[in-house]
Structure formats: C-alpha cells, structure tokens
Design a protein around this ligand. Sequence first.
Ligand code: BES
Ligand code: ZN
Length: 586
Amino acid sequence: MDPHSYSNPGEVRVRHISLDVDVRFEARVLEGSATLSFDAPQDDTLVLDTRGLVIHAAEGASADGAWHPANFELGAEDGILGAPLWVHLAAGDRRVRIAYTTSPGATALQWLAPAQTAGKQHPFLYTQSQAIHARSWMPAQDTPAVRVTYDARIRTPLPLVAVMSAEMRHGAGEHHFHMPQPVPTYLIALAVGDLAFAPLGARSGVYAERLMLARAAHEFADTEAMIAAVERLYGPYRWGRYDLLVLPPSFPFGGMENPRLTFVTPTMIAGDRSLVSLVAHELAHSWSGNLVTNATWEDFWLNEGFTVYLERRILEEVYGADRARMEACLGRRELERELGRLPPPDTVLHLDLKGRDPDDGCTLVPYEKGFLLLKRLEAIHGRTRFDAFLRSYFEAFVFQSVTTNEFVSYLSKHLASDGICWEEWLTAPGLPADAPGAPSEGLSQVEEQAAAWLDGRLPLAEIPASSWTVHEWLHFLRSMPQPLPPGRMQELDGAFFLTRAGNAEVLHQWLLMAVRSGYQPALAALEPFLISVGRRKFVRPLYEELVRTPEGRDLAAAIYARAREGYHPIAQATVDAILKVPATGC
Ligand code: BES
Ligand code: ZN
C-alpha cells in the first residue's frame, strides 16, 4: 500500500518503540538497541525498514518472557528505499530487540563540528526523519500509515543536552523520553547540543544555543496567541507542551513539525517577527499532519495543503486579514512560477511516486495548490460550514492516517460532493479554471510602484519602502524583470543596501537576482551565504540559477567544494543532483 516501505503492518503491526542509544560524536554514530512491541502476528516474519544500519543481533520475547535469539536477514540496499530487515519470530513473540549501529553517512543525521554551531565549543547532532529517513537511525516500519508510541534513553557526552519530540526528563549525561501519543516514525526526532531553554508561556518555550536564546524568545513571543487561535478554530491542542528548537543554520528546512518540539531554522529569526508564518505553519501541523496524517507520501498534499490553509487562518487571527492575504498572494505567485518550471506530472496534487524518492514530491504544488483547493471549498460552502467540517474531520481521523480517496469520500458524505471537479483538482496538471485568485491590495500597490520606477515615472526616494515589511520587499523584487540590468541593480542597492539585507528571505531573493543579472557587488555575498546556510529552499534555487551559464557553473562548483561538508545529507543530495555534469555522449 505504501510504495516507500518494505514493512508488513498488515501481518505484524508495531505499536511501541523503545530506544536505548549512545551518541558517539567521535565515530559519528548512534549505537544501541531498539525494542519493538507488536500485536499478535498473523505471520511469523516481521519486515522492517533500515538504511545503512549495521545489525549486530536480534532477539525475541513473549509479552513478559525472557529474551531468546532470533534469526534475521538483511536484504540488499536499494538506492531509494534502503534495505529490508526480516526478523523471524517464534510462536508467542510480542517483542523483538535489535542491537544496531548507524552508519556515519546516515541520511537522517547531521553531525556538526563545534565550528558549525553558534557557540563554537561543542559538537551538535540532529535528526530529520521526514520523509523516509527514520530508517537510517532505527529499524522500524517506516511508513506514515503506522503509528507508534515510544520511549528512549539517550546517553550523551557532558555537558551536552539531548531533546526529543516527546516528554523529557534530563539527567547528567543520560536523558529520558516518553511519547504517550502514537505518531508515525517520520515524526520521531532527536537533537543533541549545548542547549539552553527559555519559557514562552505556560505550555510553550524555546530551546537554543545560549547565544541565540534571547533573540529566539523575542521572535517567538506570539506563540501562545497562535496556539489559542488554532484551538478556537479547530479544537484542543492534543500534545501537552509546544516547544521550539532553534537549529544551526545548516538545518535543511525552514521548519519541521516534530510533535511537542518544532525544529526551526535560525534564518527565520529576523528580529521583527516578520517570518513567524513558519511557526504558524509548524504549529498547524499539530492538527493537519500530526493528528491526521497522510497515509503515504503520494498523499502529501493532505499534510501540507491543509497546513498552509490553517497557517493563514492563524495569521489572520493573530495579525489580521491583510497579512494573511499578502502571504497567500506571494504563495500564489511562487506557485505559478513553479508550475512553469516543473514537468507536468509533478504538478498534480495526488502524486505518483512509485520508483521515486518521496523528497522529489516536495515542491510548492502540494502546499500552494492544496491551499487553493481548500480556499475553493471554503468559497463554495462558506467559512462557517467549512470550519465545522474541518473540526469534524480532525475529530473523525484523530491519530489516524488518511488517503486522498478517504478524504474525498469523507467530504462527499459530510459536506457535499458537488461543486468541485475532483478529477481535475487531484489528477490533472497545472491549475484548474476555478482556482481562486489571491488578491492583496497592499501588494498591488507595490507592483504599481515597481512598474512606475522601471519606466522612470517614480524616483526610488518616493517609494514608501521604510514602512515595508518583508512581504512588500519580496513582492517588489519579484516584480522586476529578470535579468534586471546591473545598472538598475546598482540603483536599488545604493538606495536600499540590499546586499547587506539582514532578512534572510530578502537577501536570498536579492542574491538570486544578482546571479541572473551578473551584478558583481552582490555576488561577493553569495559564497558566505551558501557556506553558512544549508536551508534547501534557499540553497537549491541559487545553485540552479548558477548552473545556467558556464561561468556560473564554475562559481557554483567552487563554492560547493567548500560548502558541501557543512550541509545536511538531504541538502547534499539535492545539490549533488544539480551539479552533476550531464552525460553528453561524446
Ligand atoms: N514537514 C515540512 C518539511 C518537510 C517536508 C520535510 C517534506 C521533509 C519532507 C514542514 O512542515 C514544512 O513544510 N516546512 C517548510 C516551511 C513552511 C513554512 C512552508 C520549509 O521547510 O520550507
Ligand atoms: Zn509543512
């Protein structure tokens, strides 16, 4: 059923995972055991997903019985799926214990040297399990269709602290975790570093390296208001605490919705809370994604499209409708650009990922096209009815996984089946004719100002840029023709110092434009940016833009030679693919 897992949950279903692991920074491995508990099996073989794991031993036991050795075989490694691990069960077995070591190249793990952290004194480790990387740090039924509770005992060198997406109890060099709510394995997460904690509210707080802590706490001050907003709209927060962990800049994503402990990039800490839609997004996953989960990665839009819709409802509640409209408008424009670049099969909502890496499905399509589908449903049924429907959907499928077809039939039964051409929305490429627009008055004005400056009707000094937030800036820059002649780049830079922009989103957009127009003063800022930041959303477009010209390709190769070792394996895989010299055949 899930094309990205070897596991056999139909015959044996794992219910609980118990990890007992040493974090060995010198060898860059995790070493220990995973004990998996399961229901009475219908079959005598438990099939697990692994990737690059060295399996030392397997044992079986009945519910309270003694351990006995179990036979096991590890299959061949597939480039995408990893290797199946077959564990042969004895009659009555309800648990297996597997002793293992991860490989130093484990795709979920990034091991950072002290120099790559803010404090520069201690190493750092973190995991990124979504989509199918959990199998590179524990043997598991690594499919979002299976949920487990878990506990863990993690031993770390002093004075490092381990944190996980679970209830935590810290001791000196040994940290204990317990996750009472069942979660799919892609939501199991661990980070180890010289971390400190600051509370935000009664049930929320932030972990970060000490140097980052005060800035982070300031940036996240609206977190409690956001939690309260989603609860009003879509029902209670079911996970106890909501904490955030600020990672080093190599973190390959903007955010990751690990339950109870969202992981975030430090590049969203802008000083002015302008990028906190990311917190709204990861928090929203506590309903769409973590409570109700896509059953396979082909149904990924159920996680992300719903989450973008919830994210913008939170923004509207906390910051007002204009802010939400601006973000939707920017999203719609970026989606149109993406639809123009992607091969048509990659622009459908319900993806076919058989034989492909699920990370390939991570484009803007599930996010923004999914959002537009929900906006369309909201327009058809009205907000009141649609909100009531969403509440009932989260309630009906709480702690379960859902396929696209199950969602559509639930909606047809509980709301209405008419008004939407499902075939077109789910399986046709591009945007359906009834996709709602995303107008924003504020951004239309910015667009007019950009046009007026371009045809010489408006001097830069008369543009009200001092009152702009990141949204206006991004829209202004994206309204420029590409490439913009270097002279005009120079004018913008002279007036607004964009090469020194402190906001990572604005700087990234500016650097993209600099690559396109060959604007040298900003190109000097490219290397430090690409070496310090490993966030895939920033890194990928810059390398893609660079390789379009021979000089750009040389520059990209030179920068990547220095930057690669600082990237997470997931980002390395992305950039490796971009820089691979295509076979010419002669
Ligand atoms: N769950 C995703 C990140 C993800 C997706 C990791 C697919 C691995 C595979 C997370 O919620 C997310 O969507 N992050 C976005 C930020 C968001 C504000 C759009 C990101 O990282 O850019
Ligand atoms: Zn998301």
